[in-house]
Design a protein around this ligand. Structure first.
Ligand code: R5P
Length: 294
């Protein structure tokens, strides 16, 4: 027991107003403390943005190019990520538990690349997400897909479980092969996810992306998509950020780059500092050449 505190001279700082700051992320002010705290492990409170490193591709397509050896190819990139998005198999087997930033856990799965991808179910129990101390849980939502309702139901069940335990839900808008990746579709998919309770949404960049971001009341991040030339990928990230995205959840454009460490650092410049694409690309080249001459 502490000794009795019987000093009369206390300082209540009566001239200092009690702070009442809104939370820094759009649409997130009414969330509980634990959920906000977890979101602050994903989005940098200084910039309000995030560089999520997405390496969950193996959950439906096996050892994707660049992810053949996560220990060799990905672990060295972790210091440059704000958050890691992965499966529980990779997390437990390969990611050092000393990784202190947010983990976004892939929670849905089922079909492989050989089958109908929208036929996913929830593939991880909420208790395991709690056990793994994750910041958010990711679930694929196939708006317009063959199993649309099932995938939306996966998300809403996860939202309910996440709210109970203070864990964020990331809805990933999955665009089927035959669908057009235009702003009209993205607005529909992102808004549906937000309305049905997703804490934040991941989607693809498209023309008129500002209308997608404006009509989605919660944070949006963009996926990188298929591998592009580095300057082009940095331009896409820049355009997305300038149009209202609060970050990237980028995989192949980082780990399939000719120099992943240089690329992720260049992406950080674009996301956190609003760097212009040409300057970010020069930064990429500088880092790449430094490594060569070292
Ligand atoms: C796709 O289903 C996975 O969730 C990936 O995490 C996502 O597509 C982002 O990776 P990439 O930037 O390679 O598209």
């Amino acid at each position: 027991m502490p000794e009795k505190d019987d000093k009369d001279a206390k300082n209540f700082h009566l001239d200092v107003p009690t702070p009442n700051e809104p939370f820094f992320l759009r649409g997130s002010n009414s969330l509980d403390w634990g959920l906000k705290n977890r979101l602050a492990k994903i989005f940098n409170p200084e910039s309000g943005r995030t560089v999520m490193l997405a390496i969950d591709h193996g959950y439906f397509q096996g050892p994707t190019t660049g992810l053949e050896r996560v220990d060799v190819n990905i672990v060295p990139l972790l210091p440059y990520s704000d958050t890691l998005m992965c499966t529980r198999g990779i997390l437990r087997s390969t990611i050092p538990p000393s990784y202190g930033k947010g983990v976004v856990l892939r929670m849905s799965g089922g079909p492989s690349i050989l089958k109908e991808l929208s036929n996913e179910r929830l593939a991880v129990d909420i208790e395991d997400a709690v056990r793994l101390n994750v910041a958010a849980m990711a679930v694929q939502v196939f708006v317009g897909g063959e199993y649309e309702t099932q995938s939306v139901h996966n998300m809403t069940r996860l939202v309910d479980a996440g709210l109970k335990h203070g864990i964020a839900t990331l809805a990933v808008t999955a665009v089927g092969r035959d669908m057009v990746r235009d702003a009209k579709y993205m607005r529909l998919a992102c808004r549906m996810c937000a309305e049905l309770g997703a804490t934040y949404v991941k989607t693809y960049y498209c023309d008129d992306f500002d209308t997608v971001a404006a009509s989605c009341p919660v944070p949006i991040v963009i996926a990188g998509g298929k591998k592009l030339e580095e300057r082009e990928a940095l331009t896409m990230a820049h355009n997305a950020i300038q149009s209202g995205a609060l970050g990237v959840d980028m995989g192949r454009n980082i780990f399939q780059s000719e120099n992943p460490q240089a690329m992720i650092q260049a992406v950080r410049k674009v996301v956190h500092e609003g760097e212009q694409p040409d300057r970010a690309y020069d930064y990429f080249l500088t880092l790449k050449n430094e490594k060569k001459s070292a």
